[in-house]
Design a binder for this molecule. Sequence first.
Ligand SMILES: [Zn+2]
Length: 407
Amino acid sequence: MSTVKKTKKAKKEKDPNEQHRAIKYRLEPTPKQKEFFEKTFGCCRFIYNCLLADKIAYYQENGKMLNNTPAQYKIKFPFLCEVDSLALTNSQLDLQIAFANFFNNHSFGFPHFKSKKHSRKSYTTNLVNGNIQLYNDGIKLPKIGKVKGIIHRQPDQDWQLKSVTISFETDCNYYVSLLFEYIKKVDDILLTEEATEENTIGFDYKSSGLYMDSNGKSCDMPKYYKQSEKHLAELQRKLKNKLLNSKNYIKHQNKIRKLHKHIANQRKDFLHKESFEIANRWNNVCIESLHMRAMSNKGFGNGKSTLDNGFGMFVNFLEYKLFIRGKELVKVDKYYASSQLCNHCGYKNPLLKDLRIRSWTCPVCGFYHDRDINAAINILQEGLHILSKRRKEKLKAKEEAKQLNKK
Ligand SMILES: [Zn+2]
């Protein structure tokens, strides 16, 4: 028993420099290829449900977990042989993960059956003996051959392909997502270059825009949702008049889905560009750690506009873009009173808990503050403080390692 546990643990210990990146491409399948994709989605759902149903039945009878695999069903259901068998194996893995989640963490429910209507249409397959190949104008996939697609970028030379997921999305397009693994040698910029006000920036979250930085530059994201709100409302009104599940109804529903996807894409595009520029320009970025969910709830009073502005997504993009450049994102504790402190003299003004106060004059030093800029500067100062502490610790650890090596 103990040996089994040990090997499991050893497997979990990953190379800390191991990184994953995914690239998603839009596919342009022929009608025949579409048919194949649909068939595979269906078979994956089918096998998942079969495995689950038999596991439940077996457990009820014997009180034990049944170890069934997709191969056992191929004789009874020969159509399963027509699709990519690795896709079926991945469905089995998905089910195993769902069970493991259920047993290990009670916040996960018992695995559900997949529904034809509501479940996500996708399947995942793996690279075996060159069965997957990326070209400039498409991708070769197992059992189906080359599918045309828009290959907007190529992976780096040292990225290793791990898996490929084909999906049909709400905008009625087929996509392929390639997951890569690579070893990132992070040059520790902290060790070579000290964080200063010249190479570090602080951001304060701005509910009416995206952020205010410590240099006083504010960034407002276009309100994409608001821009399309009228159009969306109109479509939804029209949908009401259609006969449920009629051809016209479905056509209209797809229009709505496409619009939602369009809004999401506009937002993502903007945030990618913004975070890309910041990650190129700055060595370190300091932000306040916020709980976006809590902030977008109604009590905060700014629900729709908070969701529309996507600060959480911005922080995610920024974090990985900085990381792959060997740079650092510093999250300042959300209980650090960044908006209440005067960045000049350190006086703490409790009146600023009131979010409506946008500017104030410090009663101690008389300095005039814009609320957001002051907060961004405080976040920067606190971030610099954290960075310098971390740097000292790292240098100390490095020194100690050196000493040990000498011995
Ligand atoms: Zn002051």
